[in-house]
Write a protein that binds this ligand. Structure first.
Ligand SMILES: C[S@@+](CC[C@H](N)C(=O)[O-])C[C@H]1O[C@@H](n2cnc3c(N)ncnc32)[C@H](O)[C@@H]1O
Length: 295
């Protein structure tokens, strides 16, 4: 089993600081509630079991912190499976080996015999290189329930951008990923799609509909919000990385003024030196249905 390339260093995603500064990770956030609404569990009136897949799940925070408590509260029998290219975090996600799908997401249809009612991808597809993103949609389509009751659906909860700011935000995010341990030469570079492109991926791979059900922002204060994002390193190294990233953001604002406006970038300086950066990342929830409506 692949160790996930540079992602093998990303044990820090399970550290509390990793999520502490990113409000949308909070299970009670508007974003988490929008994910739950997108699942629309009330549709499953007569289903004995709802098969749910937490895709590229790491230790399965979405499944365990958002979906599982909701299922318990509402009495739904939701069986959650977890996928990740690394086996190690999946062991933390579940004790049940049948619910661990350890493989590259681009080959998942060959690694499971389950058919899912809901596949959820939170903050992951944008980290797959651009030329491979369509393949991820194709694979997901192949493992979703296709039936007359519109059960099978993919939920993407992720970042999006305008075309004008795309180069800037890709640059900033890929630099952050690089500092987090990703090796661009082996793993490629992340690519944040526009809203239209997110929908096109779904419609272009034969999903019958694609709707954006939530648009909001993830406000980030880089000094606080990005603490814990770069692995087990000293506070000095962490401060140095955040300061480097602040410079990347400030220079992206000069090169692409639309980015500065759209992401509401606020750069603080003291005696000309950047001391902090605040910005608001646009995020969305998209629901793509696998089945066509019966005529
Ligand atoms: C940001 S983390 C997981 C976030 C998680 N979905 C959440 O919302 O809490 C990304 C995960 O994707 C996994 N990953 C990266 N490339 C992958 C691939 N090609 N196939 C499957 N998993 C992959 C990494 O191992 C890592 O655990």
């Amino acid at each position: 089993m692949s160790k996930g390339g540079a992602y093998s260093r990303i044990g820090h995603q399970e550290r509390p600081e990793f999520r502490g500064g990113i409000g949308s990770y909070n299970p009670q956030s508007d974003f988490s509630n929008a994910i739950l609404s997108a699942c629309a569990f009330s549709r499953f009136k007569s289903c004995k079991v709802i098969e749910f897949l937490d895709l590229m799940a790491a230790a399965g925070k979405v499944g365990k912190e958002i979906i599982e408590p909701h299922a318990k509260k509402t009495g739904k029998n939701v069986k959650i499976s977890f996928n990740d290219v690394r086996e190690e975090p999946l062991l933390k996600a579940t004790d049940d080996p049948e619910r661990r799908i350890a493989c590259d997401v681009k080959e998942i249809a060959d690694h499971t015999s389950l058919v899912f009612d809901i596949v959820l991808a939170r903050y992951v597809i944008k980290d797959i290189p651009k030329e491979q993103q369509r393949k991820v949609f194709e694979e997901i389509k192949d493992i979703l329930m296709v039936d007359a009751w519109l059960r099978g659906r993919l939920i993407v909860a992720d970042m999006y951008t305008s075309l004008a700011s795309q180069k800037a935000v890709n640059l900033v995010h890929s630099k952050k990923q690089e500092f987090a341990g990703r090796k661009p030469e082996n793993e490629g570079v992340c690519h944040i799609p526009t809203l239209a492109k997110w929908k096109n991926y779904a419609l272009g791979t034969d999903f019958s509909s694609a709707r954006v059900t939530k648009r909001t922002i993830n406000p980030v204060d880089t000094q606080k919000g990005w603490q814990g994002q770069f692995g087990k390193i000293s506070p000095e190294d962490e401060a140095r990385i955040i300061s480097e990233l602040n410079k990347v953001i400030a220079s992206a604002c000069e090169q692409w003024p639309s980015f500065a406006r759209e992401y509401n970038v606020r750069v603080s300086r003291e005696s000309g030196v950047i001391t902090n950066v605040k910005l608001d990342f646009p995020i969305m929830v998209m629901v793509a249905e696998a089945s066509g409506k019966l005529l």
